[in-house]
Design a protein around this ligand. Structure first.
Ligand code: BTN
Length: 244
């Protein structure tokens, strides 16, 4: 089965769509392949966290070949595609949608999705996306407050949303090829938290506080810390230092 030019396999239940994609990368079914599942029993999040996979939400992993330059820009491409897809359905809903570094989409300041990038065999890169279409985790303590599209009054079927997503994803991949990654970073910045906003970045063992100063050409977050620009490659960002 294909969706756009992505070779697509859908499962009822898997541990994680990223796990299946990883196994397939040693003998890939196509140069671009997509794995989706109705349920995940061991969904994985960024930085070793788990991803609560509630039934009715979207779990999808896109696998494509690329070098480290593509790897740097993919978080922005995947989150922008999600941003545009949600916008497509948000016309009647009174919601504020924003991007947050590196690849989160926030609705009214709450996390609606997650993206996990992993390197696989044969220079393949797996981009796993989870979108709270129907439900958001309420019963457990999450790092950020969460929200679902249903809670915003947006009701869209998983497959319809996926088709919209693939359309935007292919458009952004083509845009990156034609105009380069700076154009993608520019689009991302246009829809993200504001430059000059106070943020806290939580890293492995430490916090850094400062003002968001934009993105470096390789996608690193630029933080102005007491007037000095610091580059950050991995961390959790809290706007206004909330929830740290
Ligand atoms: C995050 O921590 O924000 C990233 C979460 C990524 C979750 C998705 S769901 C589909 C794919 N399979 C996984 O196990 N994780 C990703």
């Amino acid at each position: 089965m294909f969706i756009g030019d992505w070779h697509w396999q859908e499962y009822d239940i898997v541990t994680s769509t990223n796990d299946i994609s990883m196994e397939l990368s040693s003998n890939p079914p196509a140069s671009k392949y997509l794995i989706t599942a109705k349920e995940q029993t061991a969904g994985r999040g960024r930085r070793g966290r788990s991803w609560q996979s509630l039934k009715g939400n979207l779990f999808a992993s896109f696998t494509l070949q690329g070098n480290s330059n593509l790897l740097n820009i993919l978080p922005f491409i995947f989150s922008l595609s999600l941003f545009d897809s949600i916008k497509d359905y948000a016309h009647q809903a009174d919601i504020d949608i924003k991007l947050k570094w590196p690849n989160d989409v926030l609705i009214n300041g709450c996390k609606v999705s997650g993206i996990l990038l992993e390197k696989a065999d044969n220079n393949y890169i797996i981009c796993g996306i989870g979108v709270n279409l129907a439900l958001s985790p309420q019963d457990i303590k999450t790092l950020y407050p969460t929200i679902s599209l249903t809670e915003c009054g947006i009701n869209v079927k998983t497959h319809i949303f996926l088709e919209t997503y693939v359309k935007h994803l292919d458009d952004y991949l083509a845009k990156c090829l034609t105009y380069g990654s700076n154009e993608i970073l520019k689009c991302w910045l246009d829809n993200a938290h504001q430059i000059g906003e106070k943020i806290t970045v939580r890293m492995e063992n430490t916090f850094k506080e400062g003002l968001f100063a934009g993105l470096d050409t390789d996608g690193a977050l630029l933080l102005s810390e007491n007037g000095k620009i610091v580059r950050i490659y991995a961390g959790d960002v809290f706007i206004d230092g909330k929830n740290k």
